[in-house]
Design a protein around this ligand. Structure first.
Ligand code: FAD
Length: 380
């Protein structure tokens, strides 16, 4: 077993870190306060190859893997988890087309998405419940050679920004009466597609999230992704691996932000004539956060190594997502605790880290759903 990153991966991390420290860190608090989504920074990340890092060069990507994507997301999330969420959701659309698209779809969509000239989204969740994935009210019906989509999606990240959105719709029922879903690629500018209400979130602000309204949205049969009736496979395949990997990597960035800030604050804050880093209670909470970071990192990058080796990894990502997102919440709370009253001041990012960490919990599946999956696997 090799637990080290390659020289190229370390160089990528350094490049991303320099970019983020220059372009993201100084603005992160302001973007969060104003809930501003900096599309221009996303475009720059596209130019640097971050948006399509795992897309093969033949489709305009950097030709690297999902491990490199996580390195990028972790570094971006170290300073702005909201911006990382924007990038990570874009990449869900990219991954869905890369992994389930046919050659024409890959050639048509991937170059624009990989370069960051186009923004992607993946919209599955409906008001009837994200955990109850198949319970779709959105329908797709074939009429005069076109698919006509009708319904309302909710909690769609990049809802109003996206140029290309992968959406799921119910296109029939199976012999047991269960919904059969199909995934479609829908482009902005389609008169039947419009962003609905934008949600006001307390965490992972910066990234836009809202409803998506499909009102007699007509798309040609060529826009079906992954085959008619295979929408659940497209949605679950993408969310359970690429989505959970993304949320794990974002959580790693949040935990590292907490850890680094905890160390700095503990060394600078004096009580009883000496820094609070000499207090065992503070040392223990730093140690606990370090252990959480190391464990989350191992789980996340182990799952990514399996993914890049094209081995089965859905359970590994479920475990990594559950642990890393919960660990991010623990880390953010410890950071606040160690700061005393300063922890609640908006002059410090401690509150933002906690808000962002909490908002990672439901994204790509709640902690309960992760435990349901792990328990089912463990109990056989
Ligand atoms: C910041 C953010 C970004 C998001 N981005 C996207 C996106 O880009 N695209 C998209 O499609 N969706 C997105 N989502 C939606 C997300 O996937 C859902 O919120 C999530 O799947 C949970 O669905 P729900 O909110 O409807 O909760 P529900 O499914 O209604 O769950 C409610 C509660 O019931 C519990 N529960 C449900 N089923 C079980 C069970 N079997 N056993 C035990 N407990 C259970 C849940 O854990 C939860 O506590 C996003 C969500 C957030 C918060």
């Amino acid at each position: 077993m090799d637990f080290s990153f390659s020289k190229e991966q370390e160089l990528l991390r350094k490049t991303v870190r320099e970019f983020v420290e220059a372009e993201v860190a100084p603005m992160a608090a302001k973007w969060d306060e104003e809930d501003h989504c900096p599309v221009e920074v996303f475009r720059k990340m596209g130019e640097l190859g971050f948006a399509g890092v795992f897309v093969p060069a033949e489709y305009g990507g950097a030709g690297l893997g999902y491990t490199e994507r996580a390195i990028i997301l972790e570094e971006v999330a170290r300073h702005s988890a909201g911006l990382a969420m924007f990038l990570m959701t874009h990449q869900l659309c990219v991954a869905a087309i890369l992994e389930f698209g046919n050659e024409d779809q890959k050639k048509k969509y991937l170059p624009g998405l990989a370069s960051g000239k186009k923004i992607g989204a993946l919209s599955v969740t409906e008001p009837t419940g994200g955990s109850d994935l198949a319970n779709h009210q959105t329908t797709g019906e074939l009429a005069d050679g076109w698919w006509v989509l009708n319904g309302r999606k909710c909690f769609a990240s990049n809802s109003s920004n996206a140029d290309v959105t992968v959406v799921t719709a119910k296109t029939g029922t199976d012999e047991k009466g269960r919904n059969v879903l199909t995934a479609f690629i829908v482009e902005s500018g389609n008169p039947g597609l419009s962003p609905g209400r934008k949600e006001s979130k307390f965490g992972l602000r910066v990234s836009v999230m809202g409803d998506l309204v499909l009102n007699n949205c007509k798309v040609p049969p060529e826009s079906i992704l992954g085959g008619q009736g295979k929408g659940q496979r497209v949605a679950l395949g993408t969310i359970s691996e690429v989505g959970r990997a993304g949320m794990s990597a974002i959580s790693l960035g949040i935990i590292r932000a907490c850890l680094e800030d905890m160390v700095k604050f503990a060394k600078e804050r004096n009580l009883y004539g000496k820094p609070i880093s000499t207090l065992q209670a503070v040392q223990f909470s730093i140690a606990e956060t370090r252990v959480d970071y190391e464990a989350a990192r191992l789980l996340t990058y182990k799952a990514l190594a399996l993914k890049d080796a094209k081995q089965r990894c859905d359970l590994d990502f479920t475990i990594a997502k559950y642990f890393s997102t919960e660990a991010a919440v623990r880390a953010a709370k410890r950071n606040m605790d160690n700061m005393g009253g300063y922890g609640v001041l908006n002059d410090y990012p401690a509150g933002r880290y906690l808000r962002d960490a909490l908002a990672t919990l439901p994204s790509a599946g709640t902690s309960n759903i992760m435990k349901v999956i792990v328990a089912a696997n463990t109990l056989g």
